[in-house]
Design a protein around this ligand. Structure first.
Ligand code: SAH
Length: 213
């Protein structure tokens, strides 16, 4: 589990690339510049870790593209101490970005193998979510709601109602919505009953799957 000067150098290149693609939030750029993304993938694929691309992580799942992680994090508009729920823990990279920014993270994964692996791996490299849950993200985590932000890292065919309900007033839900292609959509809770909706272009995610348990 090494992080060498070569890795660090490549990482700074990656920061430049996503900055050039439009990411402006300094906290996000700093987090990406710091997190050893190569450790989140199988060794042997290290050379791809600092390309701005998604990558397979086993169990038919992917670690999201760095630009996409950065964009979703930026759209959450969170600050240190805010409480965020992530749907789709996957490799844990998105969670690490939030933790690096001082955010309190709850995260849910429905794939048992991935859940187990990431549950062991993240603390090993010093990232400790408040809770990592094996379960169905469509339901959110009502027992720990409300959240300052909710980020869905898989493509949702529709917006799950429980996620809207678990937002604080002023909080944001960042969710890619669609079947084959997704539109990055942000819902801001304006009051108990009112939500403002904004769209931020097309992305491609693995699907948010309905629970089989
Ligand atoms: N945030 C991850 C991206 C993982 S890809 C990262 O940074 O690496 C999306 C993840 O969502 C996959 O791990 C997939 O298993 C998970 N997922 C799909 N449907 C889900 C659901 N209903 N509830 C929770 N997780 C889900």
């Amino acid at each position: 589990m090494k992080d060498t000067l070569r890795h660090q150098g490549k990482r700074q290149q990656l920061v430049k690339i996503i900055k050039a693609k439009g990411i402006q939030n300094e906290m996000v750029l700093k987090a990406i510049g710091k997190i050893p993304r190569h450790l989140f993938m199988d060794s042997g694929f290290e050379d791809h870790a600092y390309e701005d691309k998604p990558f397979p992580i086993g169990a038919d799942q992917t670690i999201s593209q760095p630009y996409t992680v950065a964009r979703q994090t930026e759209l959450l508009e969170v600050k240190k101490g805010d409480v965020v729920l992530e749907i789709g823990t996957g490799s844990g990279y998105q969670a690490a970005v939030l933790l690096e920014m001082g955010v309190v993270v709850y995260t849910i994964e429905r794939q048992r193998e991935l859940f187990k692996r990431t549950n062991l791996f993240l603390p090993k490299i010093g990232y400790r979510p408040k809770k990592m849950v094996f379960g169905d993200g469509y339901k959110g985590l009502p027992e720990f709601a409300p959240f300052d932000g909710i980020v869905v890292t898989a493509g949702a065919p529709f917006v799950p109602k429980p996620l809207m309900e678990q937002l604080k007033v002023g909080g944001k839900l960042v969710i890619p919505v669609g079947e084959n292609v997704q539109i990055m959509t942000v819902y801001t809770r304006k009051s108990e009953k009112e939500f403002e909706k904004k769209e931020y272009g097309e992305f491609r995610f693995v699907p948010l799957l309905e629970d089989k348990n």
